[in-house]
Structures are given as C-alpha cells and as structure tokens.
Write a protein that binds this ligand. Structure first.
Ligand SMILES: [Zn+2]
Ligand SMILES: [Zn+2]
Length: 346
C-alpha cells in the first residue's frame, strides 16, 4: 500500500474531483509496482457501503424494478458504448453522438471513457502476460476482478495511447471530471423519488429509497457484472479460437453482460460490432446497436469477416477429428489474421 504522506493524502482527495491531478507524471506512477491507494478508493468503498442503506429505506416494487432496469440499460451503455465504440470503434457516430454516448455511460460510475478505453486496449495488447493489469492467471482471481482498479498505478489515463479520443476536449473533460455525471445522476434519482412520493404515493417509494436502489445497489451490481468479464471470462468457458491468451466463451456471462461473455470470439476479432458470432450466441448489445443504427444515430456497424467464420469452421472440424495433426497456425493465413486482430486502435 502506498505510504500515506500528507501530500499524497491531499492529492488523493483532489483526485476524487479531478482524476488528472497528480504529484508525479503518469509515466512515473505507472512504472511503480502495484499497491492499493486506499484514500483514492474511498468513493468506490462508499458506493458499496451505500447498499446497506436498504436497512433504513426498505423496498418497493417500483424501486426494485428501477434498479433492475437501470442495471440492464447501463450494462448496454458499458458494453455498447464504452467497449464497442470507445475501445474498438466498431461503428461510427457524430461528434455530438459520441459525447452523448460518453455522458450516458458516465452514469455507470466506471471512471471516464478514455481511462476505460486505455486500460481495455492495453488488456488486448498484453492479455494474460505480466503486462496485463487484470489477468486472473498472473495476479489471481480477486485482483483481476476488483483489486486492479484500486491500484495506484492504474489510476492515470495514458492519453498518448488513446489519441483518437483525446483530440476531443469534451471527452477529455468528461474523463478528467468523471465524478460529475454520477453526482448529477444520483441527485436526479433522489429528486425523482421525492416527486413520485408526492405525485404518485401509491407507488410506495421516496427519494432516499430510489437513491439507494437505483444508484447504490444497481451501480454496485453493475460494477461486478462488468468486472466478471475481466475475471471469469479468462478462466471459465470454452475456447473456439486458438488465441494467444486464455479468453473463453461463456453463455451465462453473456446473459449477465448482454453479450460480452463471448470473450474468446472477441479476443480473436475485436473489430466486429457483434461478439456473438452466430445466431445462437445471444448478444443483446448487438441487437440494441442494430436497432440504434436504424435511427441513423450510429452507422457502419462492422461485420465479422468470412475468413473468421472459415477459421471457426476449420477448427471445429479439427476438434471433431483428433487424429489429425493440430493446425500449425504460426505459418498460415490464419496466423497473419490473428496478429492483425491484436493491433487495436491507438
Ligand atoms: Zn480479455
Ligand atoms: Zn475488447
């Protein structure tokens, strides 16, 4: 754990508001070994402890369903916007459109769009190696699930690795002051609860109850649903493609994460808008993005190339015929494709 000198303590407090404030250069911080920055993590701890507020506010069907709805709506924001747009640019939208995508996803309290994109692209480039910030094989399950985001060296955003996004000051602002949207969102939920209590008392809800269920509980569960992709999908599931990491496809996790469970597919080919490559691989995020594309708000959704389907079919046939020599992927076209898919946008 980093030594809690008064200067570092004060800097961590400022970073609650201004994520880019730092006493050292981001490069110097990232060069340090992992170590939990407890002070910096206090808002994250409060998010979890806030769930205990249910003891005092009780529950109502309205509050419960609000929490469930906000989980799935915001999971769509995380997977459809942060992941499939900001990390991988699997479709296009306008400049104002991408600002809206970033602002909406800010309600998920998963830091800023550039922080998210930088760390995720880094994960793809260094999957399951010592460089990977959240590999369960290198650091263990709990570090890959939750520990890595508490580490001092993983707080800065390396803007030089997300230049395509950093050219937009409005995105950099949302990234730097990533606490603003969550505060507005939580306040709005409280206000809605107050209004409903007076206008529709039969719903049985109120401001504090909607704040606890709609913000604290829903957001905490949403965090762990998202984090399951970093932890479970590199240890639990099947492998269709021979990627040079340990990514897996997992049906159950695809339900929880609206399609991100097809993680082995995604590691094989990151540029496609869909992670479920076949109709039976449920990918609600893709369905939602497809619907959105019909409005014209987003466009040019990228398909899975035929060469990837050919490779999957070949590997499937090979798995059914164990007596055949394993494919030598190091010297053929598939290996070239494989290397290409590792070079994400930077
Ligand atoms: Zn992965
Ligand atoms: Zn990805």
């Amino acid at each position: 754990m980093a030594s809690p000198t008064p200067r570092r303590f004060g800097a961590s407090l400022i970073q609650w508001i201004d994520s880019d404030f730092s006493l050292e250069s981001p490069e110097a911080i990232r060069a340090q070994p992992d170590g939990v920055n407890l002070v910096r993590c206090i808002p994250f701890i409060i998010l979890h402890l806030g769930c205990l507020g249910v003891i005092w506010v009780n529950w109502s069907w309205f509050a419960l369903w609000t929490a469930v709805a906000l989980y799935f709506i915001r999971m769509f924001f995380v997977t459809g916007f942060f992941h499939r747009y900001f990390c991988h640019k699997t479709y296009h939208t306008s400049r104002f459109g991408q600002f809206l995508l970033a602002a909406c996803t800010g309600t998920t309290v998963q830091r800023g769009p550039l922080w998210w994109a930088y760390h995720h692209r880094h994960h793809h480039q260094h999957s399951d190696t010592d460089e990977d910030a959240h590999s369960p094989h290198i650091h263990g399950f709990w570090w890959s699930h939750i520990g890595w985001i508490t580490s001092r060296r993983n707080f800065p955003t390396d803007y030089s690795k997300v230049k395509d996004l950093a050219q937009y000051p409005e995105l950099v602002w949302l990234n730097r002051f990533d606490i603003v949207v969550p505060v507005v969102f939580a306040t709005a939920l409280f206000g809605l609860g107050v209004y409903l209590q007076s206008a529709f008392p039969h719903l049985g809800t109120n401001g504090p109850q909607l704040l606890i269920w709609g913000f604290f509980i829903s957001t905490t569960v949403l965090f762990h649903g998202t984090a399951s992709i970093n932890s479970f999908t590199h240890i639990w599931g099947s492998r269709r493609f021979q990627t040079d990491d340990d990514s897996r496809n997992n049906f159950l996790l695809s339900l929880i994460t609206l399609g991100e469970g097809w993680h082995n597919n995604h590691h094989r080919y990151q540029s496609a808008t869909r992670n479920g490559f076949y109709w039976w691989e449920i990918d609600p995020t893709y369905y939602g993005l497809k619907l959105l594309s019909w409005t014209g708000f987003i466009r040019n959704l990228k398909p899975v190339p035929q060469s990837i389907y050919d490779e999957a079919a070949l590997l499937n046939r090979q798995n059914r015929l164990p007596q055949i020599q394993p494919l030598s992927l190091g010297s053929d076209r598939m290996a070239i494709e494989n290397r290409k898919s590792k070079s994400v946008i930077s």
